[in-house]
Design a binder for this molecule. Structure first.
Ligand code: AMP
Length: 186
């Protein structure tokens, strides 16, 4: 099973992607986790990406595409995967498609979690209190939602045109949302 998960920050896609990957025994690749780990370890990628992350901006496409290309080329996605947080822009989605073509990989579905702005705010503020993430302040949350609308929303249409977009209502309990995802991807 080869999936990408889409949805605004706070839609629950990270939690749901991790759980589904665990249950299916496939790889969960979270671009946000990879970048935060690079920042923490102070690698070259971390140094380049850190400032964008703390401002709520996207890391530049060329840098992000290179990171994903390394993962795709490594062969570790061969047994199935969920990409979580990538692609985030139309150029990233196009580059991903080209990479998959080169490696003989095809995407089964793009799973989109739909959640209202009010729910997102409530969730992200709760997470800010718990996890102390540098990008969960109110100002940065607003910026990230704005970035999602402008730069990420268009890839919903990109996958709709490829006829692999599956929309899930992300508002219920985590259990209900998970069941809906399992049903939609079975
Ligand atoms: P996330 O945990 O997916 O919400 O990502 C946290 C932050 O990492 C984002 O706000 C961006 O700054 C950066 N990031 C994660 N994935 C990408 C991506 N595909 N393209 C650009 N920036 C990204």
């Amino acid at each position: 099973m080869n999936l990408v998960f889409l949805g605004p920050p706070g839609s629950g896609k990270g939690t749901q992607a991790a759980r589904l990957a665990r249950e299916l025994g496939i790889v969960h690749l979270s671009s946000g986790d990879m970048l935060r780990e690079a920042v923490r370890r102070e690698t070259e990628l971390g140094r380049k990406a850190g400032e964008y992350i703390s401002k709520g901006e996207l890391v530049p496409d060329d840098l992000m595409i290179e990171v994903i290309e390394e993962n795709v080329s490594s062969g570790k996605l061969g047994g199935g995967f969920i990409l979580d947080g990538f692609p985030r822009t139309v150029p990233q989605a196009e580059a991903l498609g080209a990479m998959f073509d080169r490696h003989g990989i095809s995407l089964d579905k793009a799973v989109l979690l739909r959640v209202s702005t009010e729910t997102i705010f409530a969730r992200l503020k709760g997470r800010a209190a718990q996890e102390n993430r540098s990008d969960d302040t109110e100002e940065v949350i607003r910026r990230r939602l704005d970035v999602y609308e402008k730069q990420t929303r268009p890839i919903e249409e990109f996958y709709r045109r490829e006829s692999i977009l599956t929309e899930i209502k992300g508002e219920g309990t985590p259990e209900n949302v998970f069941d809906a995802i399992v049903e939609a991807t079975a």
